[in-house]
Ligand binder design. Structure first.
Ligand SMILES: C[S@@+](CC[C@H](N)C(=O)[O-])C[C@H]1O[C@@H](n2cnc3c(N)ncnc32)[C@H](O)[C@@H]1O
Length: 443
């Protein structure tokens, strides 16, 4: 049976809601199952991702427009209301789009079609700005924050602990705006296309153009891949910490799915080195093996708990990347539903693991060697606090002024210094909010 873009968006949002599906996996599955034309596929993507992203705002609006509490609304009906409100308020569709959603309701939830019609007509009577004003006046506390930012309140507070309020607003806007995917042309394997828009930080980055990324030259061979520019910079900072000697051995301690490993392997291959990529979870280790296939036996994949890495290898490594498991608060623009699944309590276990992994990496680094501590989160508990806690108890490691190393890679970069670390931001640098602190082993 053929499906419209709107129906696909209903299907995928139901999967996200009921089965905790990931939008970036469930949507391509649904699109290929129904082989939608490119334009409809783009519409389905915009609706699905938009709805997942804007749920905080949409539910607040729908909550005002319905004559009952939202928890009493059937899930499939709620998806239709959210998507209809998204089209009206965020995508600026004309009011007659309500008819489209009523027709969908007639097919999928016939008894609720009148309710959908009445609710969406109420939604359509005000603009997004007018709704924001109303929500701002009627709600308070965390509910108000969620409605106005479409982010959980604890995440907004986390951003507020690092940025002033004007920049928090810019960051929130960036997280609520679809990101154009950034690609990497792996050095030694490919060059960024001449006609492409180049990245501003990484020499290997370029922006994907409209269309199917799988068809970009080099993608099928694994020479060109999707990779955020901040991730590229994390690997490049470790590579630029000092000139690379022939035959160096590097370790990527937390490697899955292998994005940064691939860039490290490409850089190291030019110096006859060996990259060991460690990933304890077998299914992710398999992804690392696939990511490193083009580099053959200049790489090795192992699968142990990073806290025990020292016992696995007799000799130390000259550089180690610790791209630690983290809350991922820096990648919200690329993972539309992720913000609603994260819990502040998760930080307790994560920060303990992050400290242990950083200690373990320093233990496994040779004297004079380098460690890059990296998180895709700007939260102080996962970033500066972890580095400070580790530095306080160790006498064998020194901080490297990481923004100075970044200057060599991207001389015109601004606004990336956070003390001695590099902090990139979606709204300043068009990257994920990556935190990178280089350390060097002194004895
Ligand atoms: C932020 S991701 C790494 C992303 C990767 N560097 C890339 O660029 O593709 C963190 C990884 O750490 C792994 N991990 C979780 N616990 C770990 C542990 N105890 N030791 C090492 N790695 C761990 C996770 O499975 C996850 O794949």
């Amino acid at each position: 049976m053929t499906r419209s873009a709107r129906e696909i968006a209903c299907d995928v949002n139901a999967e996200i809601r009921v089965n905790d599906a990931y939008a970036n996996l469930a949507l391509p599955r649904a699109l290929s199952q129904h082989s939608l034309p490119a334009r409809d596929a783009a519409d389905a993507t915009s609706l699905t991702y938009g709805c997942a992203r804007w749920i905080g705002f949409l539910d607040a609006v729908v909550g005002c427009a319905v004559d009952r509490t939202l928890t009493d609304v059937d899930g499939d009906v709620l998806d239709i209301l959210r998507l209809g409100a998204l089209e009206l308020l965020i995508n600026s569709a004309p009011p007659h789009v309500v008819n489209e959603w009523v027709n969908i309701a007639k097919k999928r939830t016939p008894r609720a079609s009148g309710f959908v019609n009445a609710t969406l007509r109420r939604v359509s009577r005000a603009t997004a700005e007018e709704w924001r004003e109303r929500l701002s006046n009627e709600l308070e506390g965390d509910e108000r924050i969620v409605a106005l930012t479409s982010h959980p309140a604890w995440i907004v507070r986390s951003f507020e602990s690092v940025l002033d309020s004007a920049e928090v607003r810019e960051l929130i806007d960036a997280n609520n705006t679809p990101a154009v995917p950034t690609m990497i042309a792996l050095p030694g394997l490919a060059e960024p296309p001449l006609t492409s828009e180049r990245g501003e930080l990484s020499p290997f980055a370029f922006r994907a153009q409209q269309g199917n990324i799988a068809l970009v030259p080099g993608v099928r061979e694994g020479a060109v891949r999707v990779q955020d520019e901040g991730s590229q910079i994390a690997a490049l900072l470790l590579a630029h910490a000092a000139p690379i000697d022939e035959g160096e051995r590097w370790l990527d301690l937390c490697a899955g799915p292998g994005g940064k490993s691939a860039l490290m392997a490409a850089l190291l291959a030019q110096h006859n080195g060996l990259l060991v990529a460690n990933e304890p979870h077998e299914h992710r280790a398999e992804l690392v093996r696939t990511a490193l296939k083009p580099f053959g036996d200049t790489t090795q994949v192992v699968s142990v708990d990073g806290r025990d890495i020292r016992t696995e290898f007799d000799s130390p490594f000259s550089r180690i990347l610790v791209d630690a498991p983290c809350s991922g608060l820096g990648a919200l623009r690329r993972r539309p539903e992720a913000r609603w699944r994260k819990r502040e309590d998760d930080l307790i276990g994560l920060t303990l693991l992050q400290r242990d992994l950083l200690h373990s990496a320093i233990d496994a680094t040779s004297v004079g060697g380098f460690v890059a501590y990296v998180t895709c989160s700007p939260d102080p508990r996962e970033t500066v606090d972890v580095v400070t806690a580790v530095m306080t108890v160790r006498g064998d490691v020194a901080i490297v002024d990481t923004p100075s190393v970044l200057q060599e890679i991207a001389p015109s970069v601004e606004g990336a210094r956070r003390g001695t670390a590099v902090q990139l931001w979606p709204h300043r640098h068009n990257t994920d909010a990556m935190f990178i602190q280089l350390l060097t082993r002194t004895r």
